[in-house]
Design a protein around this ligand. Structure first.
Ligand code: FCB
Length: 440
């Protein structure tokens, strides 16, 4: 790496991130069914219909995974808790085995010197709640706050930080408008409701955790830069609208208690009644704001129904996801989030990384492309810090190759390679480079 720990202020946190369904092995430990299980069981949704049943078998191998992070010099571990593992029906009786599991892994994180940074929900909604309408049902805010109390009642005393929901845009738009993730809907009314309810659930869970006396609570937003396809006003407006429903809707709801006007032009007829009355809950004050950043999109207007635009291919080098590599977007988002939304509030990069078709050759994985990607993005973050952005930490996605949702096991994001036949872990060159950067 071309950065090292001593280039950063004292106390700056480096972390690695994962999520429950992507690594744990959902078949173990009495977890209930989730909407990802039914989504994956429906032909055409997921590559080879793969599921998180076994994933990386982290359920049994967590101690080894934490040791890898410890040896790699990482300070913090961003993980998530599976709602269906804790509450198989989504509500009601907890699964003691699930609670015991989270208790055990948190102790193991601490034994390995890792700061536990929890996300309560990283996408695997319990199926019984999906049956009741899931994110379209306003009651989800209450169900989710109850889940927050149950899980944090058990492990909250040992958390370094907690965020309720990973990436509200993915929970709402990607899953209810584009249909790419569970529950695979393509419906504007469902989308408008999910977009609002996901933020209401976020605020309700923050309040529930405040009620437990917890601190260092934040939100995790995925941001994607939007570049107009050309110089026309129409292209500029199209990109602004993409930016509106992707980025500004969620940051605006939480930090300004308002939704952007250009987005409401399309969504207003579909919003839940009296949604404005929820902004005080949605905007419950936070202690930090997390940004997940990967790429940008180039947006062109089209003649279709609202939002009347489309993505067009860009000229930059791409990752295995076909995502353009655009570190400038991270710099811009850090600057803009501070100046327009969060001010002095600490910011964190809670996810950044790339997929690469990493192969083991002679016992090694040479992922120089990932080292380059991380170098460029960390440099962009440092540039923002030098200009006064209060960035307090940086978490890499991901510790392990894992279940990349609808794309199955073939997109490898890990610092550590996983053989999905044997489940053997092999640290990649990027892991070794990061280890030198953080420990020497
Ligand atoms: C993010 C998700 C994470 C992973 C990465 C590549 O949107 O939070 O689970 O899929 O993208």
């Amino acid at each position: 790496m071309n950065f090292k720990r001593s280039d950063f202020p004292e106390g700056f946190i480096f972390g690695a991130a994962t999520s429950s369904y992507q690594i744990e092995g959902h078949q173990f430990g009495g977890a209930g069914k989730t909407h990802w299980d039914s989504f994956a069981a429906t032909p055409g949704n997921v590559v080879r219909s793969e599921t998180g049943d076994l994933a990386c078998d982290h359920f049994h191998r967590y101690a080894n995974d934490y040791m890898l992070m410890k040896e790699g010099g990482v300070d913090a571990y961003r993980f998530s808790t599976s709602w269906a593992r804790v509450l198989p029906e989504g509500r009601g009786a907890p699964n003691q085995e699930g609670l015991d599991y989270y208790d055990r892994i948190v102790d193991s994180m601490l034994e390995n010197g890792l700061k536990p940074c929890a996300t309560l929900y990283h996408w695997e909604l319990p199926q019984p709640l999906a049956d009741l309408g899931g994110w379209r049902n306003r009651d989800i805010a209450k169900w989710f706050a109850d889940f927050a109390e149950v899980i944090m009642g058990r492990i909250g005393d040992r958390m370094y930080s907690v965020a309720p929901i990973n990436e509200p845009w993915c929970v709402a738009w990607l899953s209810h408008f584009l249909g790419h993730h569970a529950p695979g809907m393509r419906d504007i009314r469902a989308t408008a409701r999910a977009m609002h309810h996901v933020l209401l659930a976020h605020g309700s869970a923050i309040q529930a955790m405040r009620g437990l006396g917890m601190s260092n609570l934040g939100g995790v937003f995925n941001l994607e830069w939007a570049t107009p396809a050309d110089d026309s006003d129409a292209a500029r407006e199209a990109a602004e609208l993409y930016d509106g429903y992707y980025n500004r809707f969620f940051l605006g709801g939480v930090f300004k208690k308002a939704y952007p006007e250009n987005v409401m032009r399309g969504l207003l007829p579909h919003m839940p009644k009296n949604f404005e009355d929820d902004f005080d809950v949605i905007g419950t004050p936070l202690d930090w704001c997390g940004l997940n950043y990967y790429t940008r999109k180039i947006i062109a207007p089209n003649e279709g129904a609202w939002p009347s635009h489309e993505e067009v291919p860009g000229p930059l080098p791409k990752t295995q996801m076909d995502w353009e590599i655009y570190p400038e977007g991270l710099y811009q988002f850090l600057k803009r989030t501070q100046s327009e939304y969060t001010g002095d509030l600490p910011l964190l990069v809670t996810e950044n990384g790339m997929a690469n078709p990493d192969l083991i050759q002679d016992g090694q994985v040479n992922d120089q492309a990932r080292i380059d990607y991380l170098n460029q993005h960390v440099a962009a973050a440092k540039r923002a810090m030098a200009e006064g952005v209060p960035l307090k930490g940086y978490m890499f996605w991901s510790l392990l190759d894992n279940y990349e949702w609808a794309l199955g096991y073939e997109k490898r994001f890990g610092l550590v390679h996983v053989d999905f036949e044997t489940l053997e872990r092999t640290p990649k060159l990027s892991y070794e480079a990061l280890k030198v950067a953080l420990t020497s």
